[in-house]
Design a protein around this ligand. Structure first.
Ligand code: NAD
Ligand code: LMR
Length: 342
């Protein structure tokens, strides 16, 4: 064999290896999935948008999570390569890749937790809302698939603008007759992670010892840190409050990261397992304000959100921030709802 044909042969074999499973292999896959679940008692997780900047590290960290027995990686590009990479990790979760919309239903069937990251990304100078026109349609299509293939799954919505994509998801599920508000969660954990880090810097503490409640939603003024409720109990100068509020609200302009998405997914899985006292912030259908969706601390359980915590006492600065947040958020929610009801 000529060296070039050896190389071509090898490439062909690698390409074949990277091919997503065909229909008969899917039968084997389902049996394999059942064995995997039975063996470890773990959960089946799908990551939609798995080849992106957040998707790849998230996929790697989910593959390392012992609560995950099956990991489905779906994207419209590069899913086979990312899947091959992740699947060589010597941890127990079975990893499968799914490429393009024709494989969406296979990616979703039987999932316990679906993480939606699929998106175009904002460029410098854009707001999260500038992504609406494209991402609204992407999230709609993915949620239609979820309603059909895994209507009982817990859904983590990360694709921006979260303030609108969660109402979009809710409307899609309502239309399909599968809506369960306990199972639909917008991921705002990154705001809490940032708040803990920045407040710890100011206080000179370890961020792991700091708890900053952040309520509202996930964009600009709708991200409302409640510095009066920081634990351990602390006081801040007006200058520190302005600095911290601004930095927490605009952290997404500095860097976008996967850690918070992983931390939140892990909390959802521990809730599904039945662990007690799993409390994290999320943007959910809520009655803590007059708006239909709002982020605050929630207790996670076997069926998703078991309890929504109230906001607690706010000082004057925070009450003013809440009014601003509600005004902007009302418009973002309506925009999402109208996109589906139009
Ligand atoms: N809620 C949060 O805290 C938070 C944090 C980080 C990122 N985000 C958001 O998450 C999203 C993903 O961020 P990223 O940095 O990974 O972006 P990215 O552009 O790097 O990746 C997005 C991925 O989605 C894929 N994609 C596009 N259309 C798709 C479709 N129809 N179906 C499946 N996949 C599709 C792309 O191919 C790409 O691989 C963005 O909307 C970002 O704003 C939110
Ligand atoms: O800000 C972004 O565009 C992504 C994400 O929502 C973030 O907060 O980092």
């Amino acid at each position: 064999m000529q060296p070039s044909s050896i190389v071509n042969d090898r490439i062909a074999r690698i390409a074949a290896h990277l091919q997503p499973p065909n229909d008969s292999q899917m039968g084997d896959l389902r049996r394999e999935n059942c064995r995997a679940k039975g063996a470890s008692g773990g959960f089946k997780v799908a990551v939609l948008g798995a080849a992106g900047g957040i998707g790849q590290p998230l996929a790697m960290l989910m593959k390392m999570n012992p609560l995950v027995s099956v990991l489905h990686l779906y994207d419209v590009v590069n899913a086979p390569g990312v899947t091959a990479d992740i699947s060589h990790m010597d941890t127990s979760a079975v990893v499968r890749g799914f490429l393009g919309q024709q494989q969406l239903e296979d990616a979703l069937t039987g999932m316990d937790l679906v993480i939606i990251l699929a998106s175009v990304l904002r460029k410098p100078g854009m707001t999260r809302d500038d992504l609406f026109n494209i991402n609204a349609g992407i999230v709609k299509t993915l949620c239609e698939g979820i309603a059909k293939c895994c209507p009982k799954a817990i859904v983590n919505v990360i694709s921006n603008p979260v303030n609108s994509t969660v109402p979009i998801a809710a409307e899609v599920f309502k239309k399909a007759g599968t809506y369960d508000p306990k199972r639909l969660l917008g991921v705002t954990m990154l705001d809490v992670v940032r708040a803990n880090t920045f407040v710890a810097e100011v206080l000179g503490l370890d961020p792991r010892e700091v708890d900053v409640p952040v309520v509202g939603a996930h964009a600009g003024v709708t991200i409302l840190p409640l510095l009066s409720q920081v634990k351990p109990s602390s006081s801040f100068t007006p200058k520190e409050i302005d600095y911290l509020t601004d930095r927490i609200q605009n952290g997404g302009k500095e860097v976008v990261e996967a850690y918070a998405a992983v931390k939140f997914a892990d909390a959802c899985l521990r809730g599904l397992r039945g662990d007690a006292g799993i409390v994290q912030s999320a943007y959910v259908a809520s009655e803590v304000t007059e708006l239909p969706f709002f982020a605050s601390k929630v207790r996670l359980g076997r069926t998703g959100v078991d309890e929504i915590h109230p906001l607690g006492p706010l000082n004057e600065y925070e009450r003013a921030g809440l009014e601003k947040a509600k005004k902007e958020l009302a418009g973002s929610i309506q925009k999402g709802v109208s996109f589906i009801r139009k």
